[in-house]
Every structure is written in structure tokens, then in C-alpha cells.
Design a binder for this molecule. Structure first.
Ligand SMILES: Cc1cc2nc3c(=O)[nH]c(=O)nc-3n(C[C@H](O)[C@H](O)[C@H](O)COP(=O)(O)OP(=O)(O)OC[C@H]3O[C@@H](n4cnc5c(N)ncnc54)[C@H](O)[C@@H]3O)c2cc1C
Length: 395
């Protein structure tokens, strides 16, 4: 059986590996010219933990993880206004919690492709899927290249992210499925020894209204910056010709010297995207199925994008592994959606619940967040904190 996968993000890489291990012939097409370095620190917990353990990816992830001691909210002068202990945070998340840079998760999944016998998974960078023809008998995709190409397969998996081209081609325009959460998020990494030394092992977040800057010290004198800001009228993920760096500088001036320093070092084109969810009535059409953010983005508010990408991809591959004929594919895809949709929907609901605590819109919401964080030592309040602060799904 042959699968073509659009997108070598976390979901696409894990699906490719697992299908390859199951004996499928896999062609993985990625539009960027190599693995992408963008992205900030992500919490890894929830369904992805068990899935990563089961497929043998967890130890690679744990090896790349950072040790976070606490999450500190600070005022403009750098004084801590509230602090969340990370070990307690880990308990909220069900015990196992890794802090990982998004590109490190992607690298771990890429390295794990070595476990597949040579030639079973072919990965092509700089290969954007430009058009798709999908029927009940198979799928045919055109690759923009260069070189241009056409790939035919028994199955097409659209793992091409929140702005999925496969979804647009097969299911309809993004505007039908994208649910903006009235925020944008940006991320970039800078080399800055002084800041790096100042905040080691602490996740620093500004305790501010309608915008929040965060930073975490990485290995080798680097600092990962993370900026979230209100974008109430945001309807689409992609903005016109505004420079993202200029927009960030305008949005974040006045938050104190640390943020000013980060903004001074911000690259011209940081990762900068709408905070949104993807909500669809169905994830499969003919021999095409969507996976990961393409069909069920939960947003950073749910804190589980990477975890769900791994768990969803592993489940899809498990269900497809025994398939030996084209006729079995469509029922297998239906089974995948039946089993996976409730998990995604629960995480999406948790993400939406967390919105006001994550980015307060006024002083009252900010006070409430401070109160909740300070109350974390009270017995019995842990589930409330988990739901309000991080919108997490506890299992
Ligand atoms: C550059 C980048 C930075 C990110 N940073 C963060 C972050 O800091 N925090 C966070 O919570 N989430 C971040 N995300 C989202 C996070 O990675 C996902 O929520 C999660 O990992 C689910 O991944 P996914 O594989 O479904 O989608 P994605 O990680 O979005 O991967 C989709 C892949 O498909 C590729 N692609 C898109 N269109 C095509 C096409 N037509 N043909 C071929 N390939 C295509 C993209 O280049 C990308 O590599 C980021 C995503 C990207 C791409």
C-alpha cells in the first residue's frame, strides 16, 4: 500500500514512520526547504506521552527536554507577582510533563525515521503540494517543486498544518473551518548571554493585560522569546504586507527593559500566526484524510498541539497498519475519526476555557489569575488551576 503525506511537521513525520514500520510505501512531501527552526517552548503532556512511549519516541524527546523550575509572572520592573511551581504543574498534567522546543520535537521525529528500513519512507523537502485529486479509488497530488512532479497513491494524508492546502483543495476554504481566538502568537530565538544568565530554569511571563511576553533561557547563550497579543478583528491567519517585526515592536513597547531587548534582537520574520482552532464536520473525503492541526488544531491555549500530533498520527497508523487493499482504507479512516475526534474536541474545549486566564483582557481577569496561582497550595484546588490556567485535559 502507498501513502503520500503532505507536511513533514510533527504529525506528518510520525505518521510516515509508523506507516513505514507497518510496511507501507510512504512519500512525505514538505514545502519548506528543510526542517523549520521556528517555534517556542511547548509543554508535552497528555495523550502524546503514552503514544510516544509506545512507539519508542519518548526517550528521544526526554533527551531534548529542558528543565523548567517555575513559571514566574513579572511586572515591568521585573518583580515577581505570582509564581507557579513546575513540579506542581507536572502533577496537574498527570505526572509526565516535558518542556520542549517545537523544532526539537520535529528533529526527534525526523531522527526516528532511521528506524524504518531504507527506502520505505521517501522524504522530499522543497516539495509543496499544489493540487490534489482525490476519489474513492485513490489520490493524485501535484508537487510544485522544482522539479515539478505528480504522485499517485492509495491514500493521501494532509498533515500540512493549520493553513492546510490539502484541506483547501479537498474540503473547502480555510474561512469555513478556522475559528480565531482573538489573539496572535509570535516566537523567535535570540543569542543574548546576559538575558540567558538572568533567567535560567525559569519561564518568565509578563503579568500584563491584552499582551504577554515570555522568555526562557536555552543552552548555548540563547533565549527563546514568545509573544502573545490581542488581535480581536483577526479573521485570517495570514496578514497582508505588514512586517511582523514592526508589528511586534509596536504592540510590545513599554513592557520593560527585558522585552525591549528582545524586540531589538527580533529577526525580520519571526514565527507569527493567528491563535486559532480548526473545527470541521468531517476529516475524510474519499481516500484523503486530514491529520494534526490540519483538521483539529487546538491552539497553544490547550498546550497540547505537539502531544496530539504524535498521538493522533500513531493512532492513524495503527488503524491503517493491517490494511492490505484499497477497499479497506475508507472504513479505516472512519474508524480513526470515530476514535480520535472526542480527544481533539475535549482539548479544544479546554483551550477555549483557558483563554481569559491565559491572556487577561482587564484588571479583574489579571487579578483572578494571580489569585488562582497563589492559591495553588490549597488542597483540592489543583484541578481548578489546571483548567483555568492552562486549560489542560486531565486523564
Ligand atoms: C514553523 C512553525 C512554528 C510553530 N511554532 C509553534 C509554537 O511555537 N508553539 C505551538 O504551540 N505551536 C507551534 N506550531 C504549531 C505546532 O507545531 C502544531 O500545533 C503541532 O505540532 C501540530 O503539528 P502538525 O504537524 O499538525 O502541523 P505543523 O507543525 O504546522 O506542520 C505542518 C507542516 O506542513 C508543511 N506544509 C504546509 N503546507 C504544505 C504544502 N502545501 N505541501 C507540503 N507541505 C506543507 C509546513 O511547512 C509544516 O512543516 C508551529 C508550527 C510551525 C510550522
Amino acid at each position: 500500500m502507498k501513502a503520500v503525506i503532505a507536511g513533514a511537521g510533527i504529525a506528518g513525520l510520525v505518521a510516515a514512520r509508523q506507516l513505514g514500520l507497518a510496511g507501507w510505501d510512504v512519500e512525505l512531501l514538505e514545502k519548506s526547504v528543510g526542517p523549520r527552526p521556528e517555534g517556542y517552548m511547548m509543554d508535552f503532556f497528555g495523550p502524546g506521552v503514552a503514544a510516544a512511549e509506545r512507539i519508542g519516541l519518548y526517550s528521544r524527546l526526554a533527551a531534548a527536554a529542558y528543565r523548567v523550575g517555575s513559571v514566574d509572572y513579572v511586572d515591568a520592573a521585573g518583580r515577581t507577582t505570582s509564581r507557579l511551581d513546575y513540579d506542581q504543574f507536572a502533577r496537574f498534567a498527570g505526572g509526565k510533563l516535558l518542556s520542549l522546543l517545537r523544532p526539537d520535537i520535529e528533529q526527534a521525529a525526523l531522527a526516528a525515521l532511521d528506524d524504518v528500513p531504507s527506502g520505505w519512507v521517501k522524504i522530499r523537502y522543497g516539495a509543496a503540494v499544489s493540487s490534489v485529486r482525490s476519489t474513492d479509488d485513490g489520490a493524485c497530488v501535484s508537487v510544485a517543486g522544482p522539479p515539478e512532479a505528480t504522485v499517485e497513491a492509495d491514500l493521501l494524508i494532509g498533515a500540512d498544518g493549520i493553513h492546510s492546502d490539502v484541506r483547501a483543495q479537498v474540503f473547502g476554504p480555510e474561512s469555513e473551518y478556522l475559528r480565531p481566538l482573538a489573539m496572535r502568537a509570535a516566537a523567535f530565538i535570540v543569542t543574548e548571554p546576559a538575558l540567558n544568565a538572568l533567567f535560567r530554569n525559569r519561564f518568565i511571563l509578563t503579568d500584563t493585560i491584552d499582551r504577554m511576553a515570555g522568555l526562557y533561557s536555552l543552552r548555548s547563550n540563547e533565549v527563546a522569546a514568545f509573544l502573545v497579543y490581542r488581535a480581536a478583528s483577526e479573521a485570517s491567519g495570514r496578514r497582508g504586507n505588514q512586517s511582523p517585526r514592526e508589528r511586534l515592536r509596536r504592540e510590545f513597547t513599554g513592557l520593560g527593559p527585558t522585552t525591549d531587548r528582545l524586540l531589538a534582537l527580533c529577526p525580520e520574520y519571526p514565527y507569527d500566526d493567528v491563535v486559532a482552532q480548526i473545527v470541521m464536520p468531517g476529516w475524510q473525503k474519499g481516500r484523503t484524510v486530514l491529520l494534526g492541526d490540519a483538521c483539529g488544531a487546538v491552539s497553544l491555549l490547550a498546550g497540547q498541539g505537539g502531544s496530539l500530533a504524535i498521538a493522533g498520527a500513531a493512532l492513524l497508523a495503527d488503524i491503517l497498519a493491517p490494511v492490505t487493499s484499497g477497499e479497506e482504507i475508507i472504513p479505516a479512516l472512519a474508524e480513526f475519526e470515530r476514535r480520535w475526534r472526542p480527544v481533539v474536541e475535549e482539548a479544544q474545549a479546554a483551550g477555549r476555557r483557558a483563554a481569559s486566564t491565559f491572556l487577561p483582557a482587564n484588571r479583574a481577569q489579571r487579578l483572578l489569575r494571580r489569585w488562582i496561582i497563589r492559591a495553588t497550595h490549597l488542597p483540592g484546588i489543583e484541578r481548578l488551576v489546571a483548567r483555568r490556567i492552562v486549560g489542560r485535559t486531565l486523564r
